[in-house]
Design a protein around this ligand. Sequence first.
Ligand SMILES: C[S@@+](CC[C@H](N)C(=O)[O-])C[C@H]1O[C@@H](n2cnc3c(N)ncnc32)[C@H](O)[C@@H]1O
Length: 279
Amino acid sequence: MVRPFAAKGKKRKKAERYDRDDDGEESTASAKKAMVENEPDEQPENEAAEENFHELEGIPIVPKDPKSDSKAGVIFVLERASLEVAKVGKNYQLLNSDDHSNFLRRNNRNPGDYRPDILHQALLAIFDSRIAKAGRLKVVYVKTEKGLLIEIKPYVRLPRTQKRFYGVMLQLLQKLSITAAGKREKLFRVIKNPVTQYLPSNSRKMGFSHSSDKLVKVRTYLDAVEDDVDLVFVVGAMAHGKIETGYTDDLLAISEYPLSASCCIADICKDLADKWNVG
Ligand SMILES: C[S@@+](CC[C@H](N)C(=O)[O-])C[C@H]1O[C@@H](n2cnc3c(N)ncnc32)[C@H](O)[C@@H]1O
């Protein structure tokens, strides 16, 4: 089924449009963190990248299960996501290593660091999970490499294609929020740091890293956590390096192999769905 997308606002081409602060929740200065400082005027590297800049018609939502509110839930925090906007040629675009490698090299950036596709795959793994379908996902937070914090509501219908996802992220970084089609609710929005102020006090907060000394089987680890405690999973959405979190109770390795973020999330969600007897 194809539902209408309804992002707020019109196609924007001028730099000054970035100065708008939609709801006052995050300063313009913070939002500009998502943009590279050096913006040489050059031609787009390919047509696909240029088409990324288009007016989105909206974000559809999936219905919320009211029964899920009384049960313990899951929060994901995706750390160090690559979400950065720059003017490439005539238009502002979400920088990525596929479309902008020459632009990035010319600006002394490593194209390998510009991987918003990792975030997209990680989000699909979360939103496609049985946990999310059963209404046990409470919220997702995304922290960008530049320090922006984004909140994503659990009932958003995520764009499935990479191109469309990049278009939505571009709109979000420009407007600081995206609402549901025909509604006022903000499904994606930039919010104030730190993320810790939004995490439930009665929750188990787990960070994940291949380099952790604490190698666990997810199911065994989760079985030891009480059923009424909310679970916060902190996973990296970057290509290289390690998440740095001072707010997790544990830093866990779940395999002796380095996994992709999406594979790590899929493993966590599967074991949690089994523990909670979800579908
Ligand atoms: C592509 S990896 C980041 C690369 C980095 N070298 C690493 O392994 O941490 C994305 C994220 O997946 C998670 N991850 C990957 N392999 C893991 C493992 N074996 N155990 C736990 N988490 C893992 C971590 O949260 C990591 O930040």
